[in-house]
Design a protein around this ligand. Structure first.
Ligand code: PBG
Length: 303
């Protein structure tokens, strides 16, 4: 189970457990329920978590300033989780979209996403997350040059052992729909095609990955996973650092919905798809199925 990372959606407040409509079995949780979730996961052998914040609309602005504010509940939660569970691995999300009133991963001006201006905010956010205790930062924004920029800032401030898991080959995919529901983070206008990759390109993924490696990435990610197994394979062949795939929200919802209708056998399909990601070359899989898979493993191989 150590090859899995389980995503958690964090919401501010207390006693909140709100199911995400398009993702049955996945919830937005407030902090004390996140503690419980982590305890449940650890019993199944899951030790790594990627945490995403759902931010209230009133805290969003065009520059995403709340992302590194002292008052940020996401940063506070990371601190609390780390002090309670010092041994687990926490991956954070570095991108503007949860904090941006425009719903984009970068700063928008006159309808355009500004790459270089965004880097500075990403670096501030990264430092704040490192200070809060994140083990691995996950820049999911796809701005050019951000891995190097963030690495330099981290090293300069003494965070040399905080790693970077770069969303290197992140495609402009329709499979992210349910995730954007989960966070209310859909773009208010336009789409993400100017910074996320064209699904028709494969060689661009190699180039993006190579730049990330040169800039100091510790892990390379392919996202989504299922429709991009060829990209996982290619990256695994070419690069020596661990390859991560993100089995995204739409891939989860698809299986859940078809199983609910009785069209597919959920367990069997889940196992087969996770296996395909491994076979393609993923060292690590980020998946909403991690817990269900852990339960199956526990039943099949009780220790
Ligand atoms: C955005 C981000 C997205 C996901 C993770 N980080 C969505 C997007 O690019 O709009 C998607 C994950 C999923 O669909 O499960 N920073």
């Amino acid at each position: 189970m150590s090859d899995f990372i389980y995503p958690i959606f964090l919401v501010d407040g207390a006693g909140k457990k709100i199911e995400i409509n398009s993702m049955p079995g996945i919830y937005r949780l407030s902090i004390e329920l996140v503690f419980k979730e982590i305890e449940d996961c650890r019993r199944l052998g899951i030790e790594s978590f990627v945490i995403f914040p759902a931010i209230e609309e009133s805290l969003k602005d065009p520059l995403g300033k709340y992302s590194y504010s002292d008052k940020n509940f996401y940063l506070r939660a990371i601190r609390e989780i780390k002090s309670r569970f010092p041994d687990i691995c926490i991956v954070t999300d570095v991108a503007l979209d949860p904090y941006s009133s425009d719903g984009h991963d970068g700063i928008v001006k006159n309808g355009k996403v500004l790459n270089d201006e965004t880097l500075d905010v990403l670096a501030k956010m990264s430092l704040a997350q490192a200070e809060a205790g994140a083990d691995i930062l996950g820049p999911s924004d796809m701005m050019d040059g951000r891995v190097g920029y963030i690495r330099r800032e981290l090293d300069a401030k003494g965070f040399t052992s905080v790693s970077i898991m770069s969303y290197s080959a992140k495609y402009a995919s329709s499979f992210y729909g349910p995730f954007r529901d989960a966070l209310d983070s859909a773009p208010k206008s336009g789409d993400k095609k100017s910074y996320q990759m064209d699904p028709a390109n494969s060689r661009e993924a190699l180039l993006e990955a190579e730049l990330d490696v040169l800039e100091g990435a510790d892990f390379l990610m392919v996202k989504p996973a299922l429709a991009y197994l060829d990209i996982i394979y290619r990256l695994k062949e070419k690069f020596q650092i661990p390859i991560v795939c993100y089995n995204v929200s739409g891939e989860y919802s698809m299986i859940k919905a078809a199983s609910k209708l009785g069209f597919l056998d959920e367990k069997a399909i889940m196992k087969e798809t996770l296996l395909s990601m491994k076979r393609a070359g993923s060292d690590i899989i980020i998946t909403y199925f991690a817990k269900s898979f852990g339960e199956i493993m526990k039943n099949e191989f009780p220790s």
